[in-house]
Write a protein that binds this ligand. Structure first.
Ligand code: HEM
Length: 151
């Protein structure tokens, strides 16, 4: 898509908002806590995800950024440098030699983050979008809608 490394690092900054469901996290907590996690962050995660096999019907989650959970800002980068990234991909972004220097720059400068985020999100949204009757808007985001005649 033509998105370069700082672009990818900036896109993952979206994980500055929203939440992660416990089903996506429990493998980092049970049977043993992932030693890569900041120990200060673990009690909160354990409190929110108290069940090693979360009830699929219960809405159990941890906020991605406890500091400013509803704001797209560069706090995400400070969190992941402090080993408070919830997902493996967040942790890896801060530790992979290919991405770490950009993470540090974005942690230092919100302007630098926004500049790359704006550029990358435009490329992402303009890449081969389906228009008219191509494709479908899913009713449930993880499965294709059934064709009408099959319903
Ligand atoms: C390597 C790439 C990525 C991976 C592996 C990844 C993975 C995930 C996972 C597992 C969740 C948790 C979902 C849940 O528990 O409900 C999540 C949430 C989220 N992701 Fe990503 N993601 C990636 C890239 C992106 C990008 C590029 C964006 C936007 C430009 C993005 C935006 C979000 C947002 C906003 C949430 C929170 C959703 C909510 O609160 O409902 N992610 N991501």
């Amino acid at each position: 898509m033509g998105i370069d490394t700082p672009g990818v690092v900036a896109l993952l900054g979206s994980h500055s908002v929203g939440r992660t469901h416990c089903v996506k996290l429990v493998h980092r907590l049970y049977p043993e806590v992932d030693p890569a996690l900041n120990p200060d962050h673990v009690p909160h995660m354990l409190k929110k995800c108290f069940d090693p096999i979360p009830d699929p019907k219960a809405v159990q989650y941890v906020r991605n950024d406890r500091g400013t959970p509803m704001k797209l800002d560069n706090n995400y980068y400070l969190n992941i440098l402090d080993s408070k990234g919830l997902l493996q991909v967040d942790h890896d972004l801060a530790n992979d030699p290919r991405t770490r220097s950009y993470v540090k720059k974005m942690a230092k400068s919100q302007d630098y983050f926004f500049q790359h985020f704006a550029r990358a999100i435009a490329l992402l949204s303009e890449n081969n979008p389906l228009t008219g009757d191509q494709g479908e808007i899913r009713r449930h985001c993880n499965v294709a809608n059934k064709h009408h005649s099959e319903e």
